[in-house]
Design a protein around this ligand. Structure first.
Ligand code: FE2
Length: 219
């Protein structure tokens, strides 16, 4: 239909596909698809994807202001906004921005998918946990701090669960931080885990997206 996608700001109302349609996002998703087919080894695939991901972090002008702003109705609390930018309908891949206001922090959480995560604006302080129990009790989790690190704009890392999959992030810049996540699941809608390290507890957690609905909960 002529004019259907002529929204001016490259922002679409669809729940899946390119919710933000720009050449740099299309290039990263195409490269991810290509490497996912070409490289069955996850570590090698992540390494091969680093240049394309770095290119997205280095590019200007592709992230709409609305998707770089806090969300007062956040599913994660603290005004944290999680905005789907690309979302595969089969749940195999998502690109999203995560906006954490100055001084705010995420819950301790996991991701349950391989991918790449990097800082696009501001600075974040990350605490990574190691799980010490065997997961036999669905309500309990014993965590120990494995390491901490500060991430500045342009810095990124690869994620290959279960290693280093549990963390929380705090914005330590005086402006909101914006991080970009390329992850091999529908991160906002899958049931993940939220941890309380001091209490030793864990519970089911779905962050949701600020700009797109989740499919009906099958449980
Ligand atoms: Fe995270």
């Amino acid at each position: 239909m002529p004019g259907m996608c002529d929204l001016g700001e490259h922002q679409h109302d669809a729940a899946f596909g390119y919710l933000v349609d720009t050449p740099v996002i299309r290039a990263l998703i195409a490269e991810t698809r290509r490497q996912t087919t070409a490289m069955p080894d996850t570590a090698a695939r992540l390494e091969a994807l680093k240049p394309a991901f770095a290119a997205l972090l280095a590019a200007d002008g592709w992230l709409p202001d609305a998707y770089a702003s806090p969300d007062t109705k956040s599913g994660m609390g603290g005004g944290i906004g999680q905005y789907a930018l690309y979302r595969a309908e089969d749940g195999s891949l998502t690109l999203f921005s995560l906006v954490i206001p100055a001084g705010a922090e995420t819950p301790v959480h996991d991701h349950l998918a391989w991918g790449l995560i990097g800082v696009y604006r501001g600075r974040q302080f990350e605490t990574v946990y190691r799980r010490m129990d065997d997961g036999a009790d669905a309500a309990r989790a014993e965590l120990q701090v494995a390491r901490t690190q500060t991430m500045d704009t342009g810095e990124f890392y690869s994620l290959q669960p279960p290693r280093d999959d549990i963390h929380f992030v705090r914005t330590v810049s005086d402006v909101a931080s914006v991080s970009i996540h390329l992850l091999a699941n529908d991160t906002g809608c899958v049931w993940r885990h939220r941890f309380e390290p001091d209490a030793g507890t864990v519970r089911a957690f779905r962050s949701s997206y600020s700009n797109a609905p989740c499919p009906q909960d099958p449980r």
